[in-house]
Ligand binder design. Structure first.
Ligand code: ZN
Ligand code: FE
Length: 242
């Protein structure tokens, strides 16, 4: 099976939209299109017909391009069942345990409530890739807008079961801010200090810092490394105030 082509499209202030293409079936999907035009332009330039949109949650910076992309391409929109009312453009509703396909590539849907109540992630186990929306970020996690620290802790524990090499495609370039906070939580973590330096250099050079990997997060992400829901909640509150 040929590898998926995964292209990062930076939009708005700090959002990343992911364009995912299967070279065998030529199917192409978009994860969380905040806006339509840059996504349509990128797909056009590559000669990829957009066949689907996969949403992780209802926030406008993840679904704002749904209607225009669907109108221009006729694509199918897959979205979390628990957020059907907030994603009226959805064609197909999915929940944890369901599977979604891009050609022969299969993604398992995970329920990862906390940032929003119905947030889902898409795990391509065979491809070693997971699209996590606003659940896990490089050295950070999503804000707890509609859920609890217990829920986010459970999400982190589950993500922590994946192989180190698994690539994590998150929806924002929050890495530098996260890293600067993370070193205050774990001042003795050498891997984290080294990663902060790398990220500072990358951002100074205008480079993106995602996707990340589960291995990198296991070594440096204080939210993934938190020993308890209480500790995760404590540092999430500190980060919110930072
Ligand atoms: Zn969000
Ligand atoms: Fe977002």
């Amino acid at each position: 099976m040929a590898q998926l082509d995964i292209v990062r499209i930076p939009v708005l202030n700090d959002n990343y939209v992911w364009l995912v293409h299967d070279p065998e079936s030529f199917e192409t999907m978009v994860v969380d299109p905040a806006v339509a035009d840059p996504v349509l332009a990128e797909a056009d330039a590559r000669g990829w017909p957009i066949t689907a949109i996969w949403n992780t949650h209802w926030h406008p910076d993840h679904t704002g391009g749904n209607a225009d992309i669907k109108a221009k391409t006729g694509c199918e929109i897959i979205a979390p069942a628990a957020e059907r009312e907030r994603i009226p453009t959805a064609d197909r509703l999915v929940k944890g345990g369901d599977q979604v396909r891009l050609g022969a590539h299969v993604a398992d849907v995970w329920d990862v409530p906390a940032h929003t109540a119905g947030h889902i992630a898409y795990h391509f186990a065979g491809d070693g890739a997971i699209f996590v929306g606003d659940t896990l970020f490089a050295m950070g996690c999503g804000r707890l807008f509609e859920g609890t620290a217990d829920q986010m802790f459970a999400n982190m524990q589950r993500l922590g079961t994946l192989d180190d090499a698994t690539r994590v495609y998150c929806a924002h370039e929050y890495t530098l801010s996260n890293a600067r906070f993370a070193v205050t939580v774990e001042p003795g973590n050498d891997a984290l200090a080294a990663r902060l330096a790398e990220v500072e250099a990358a951002r100074a050079a205008g480079e993106a810092t995602v996707p990340t990997t589960i291995g990198a997060e296991r070594a440096t992400n204080p939210f993934l490394r938190a020993p308890s829901a209480a500790e995760l909640g404590r540092i999430r509150t500190l980060k919110d105030a930072a």
